[in-house]
Design a protein around this ligand. Structure first.
Ligand code: KG4
Ligand code: ZN
Length: 332
């Protein structure tokens, strides 16, 4: 059973081929055009997806040594994401399925981030908890089976990836700033500056207040010393990262306690953060959790995770028809 999957929800054009539950190719074209604008420009993302999609799909088929005739289904990201960007992948997948007479499988991008854990071994056992952290989302998800998941906590305002990126912008770092904060933090003292953690009820998160505290802190310091940022970049990044990671892990700990679940995973772009990975491993050892962290390749946006989600939908005969449209916002 061969599935071709296409991902185009944000600024990565990706295609992957999965055969009998195993990934054989995963091609990702990153759009560098957004760097100069300090964030993803939706119109430019759509245009870049249109330019990349054909060569990316061709390469995914070639890498997997599969031809169009060998395919059994076409999967695509239906949402959530940028509408214009999603439209490119959706239209491409629909046309290809129509032309080849193949069934179509729609995939929820956030569910796919969670199911990236089934690409490689060891795989989490059900039920497990997944902290899904990306540029647009921050969620704690309880997964009962591959297609049965429930969001038990989420952000009420900004996503943690957004907090990383917007803070990086204050530090004059190019977009996406999350990985750069991570880099600088490696040489800094995480306790150099401290910030108050937000008080949020239940398992929910908030990142808008902390983002503002970072901003006021930096403005005050720069008024006193115009070179404050350049002179202390490593300590600033380490302290900011430490704060953001603490907010995430505090709620994850609460979720594990409340549900009694000890199988704990992380997913999404921010799960590539080395501070989060290290702190989660340490916390896991202390709490007696079994911790699952995906390979870097499967943390940020990729079509392999879309293919994995499609694999489970294929097994359930969960197909969609040609009337399907992308959705910018989408629940599970
Ligand atoms: O999942 P993803 O690739 O795209 C979305 O669906 O949003 O996540 C992108 C986010 C960006 O905010 C980026 O800055 C962040 O993930 N990110 C990181 C790291 N790598 C990617 N944030 C902190 N540390 C990293 N190493
Ligand atoms: Zn994503």
């Amino acid at each position: 059973m061969n599935i071709l999957a296409i991902e185009s929800s944000c600024d990565e054009t990706s295609a992957a081929v999965l055969s009998n539950g195993k990934i054989y190719s995963n091609v990702v074209a990153t759009q560098l055009i957004h760097t100069q604008y300090g964030g993803v420009v939706p119109e430019l993302a759509s245009r870049a997806h249109q330019q990349h999609i054909l060569p990316v799909v061709d390469k995914a088929l070639k890498d997997a040594k599969v031809t169009k005739k060998d395919l059994h289904a076409i999967a695509f990201t239906k949402g959530p994401g940028l509408l214009g960007a999603l439209l490119v992948g959706t239209s491409f997948a629909k046309s290809m399925a129509l032309g080849l007479g193949l069934p179509l499988i729609e995939v929820n991008h956030m569910q796919a981030h969670v199911l990236a854990h089934f690409i490689q071994d060891p795989k989490p056992e059900f039920p497990f908890l997944c902290l899904t952290v990306s540029g647009g989302h921050t969620q704690i998800v309880k997964i009962n089976s591959p297609l049965d998941m429930q969001i038990i906590g989420q952000t009420r305002d900004d996503a943690v990836g957004e907090a990383f990126d917007k803070t990086a912008k204050l530090l004059d770092l190019p977009y996406p700033g999350g990985p750069l904060i991570d880099q600088y933090a490696k040489n800094g003292n995480p306790l150099a500056y401290s910030f108050p953690l937000p008080e949020m009820p239940e398992l929910d998160f908030s990142f808008s207040g902390i983002k503002t505290s970072f901003m006021y802190f930096l403005q005050k310091q720069v008024r006193e010393n115009p070179n404050f940022i350049q002179e202390n970049i490593a300590d600033i990044c380490a302290s900011i990262q430490y704060t953001l990671v603490n907010i995430l892990l505090k709620k994850l700990k609460k979720a594990a306690k409340e549900t009694g679940i000890k199988e704990i995973a992380i997913a999404g772009g921010v799960s590539a953060n080395s501070g989060l990975r290290t702190s989660l491993i340490e916390l896991g050892e202390k709490m007696g959790w079994k911790v699952y962290i995906p390979e870097f390749e499967y943390c940020t946006d990729n079509a392999a995770m879309i293919a994995m989600a499609a694999h489970y939908k294929f097994l359930e005969n969960d197909f969609c028809d040609q009337t399907v449209s992308p959705m910018a916002r989408m629940e599970f």
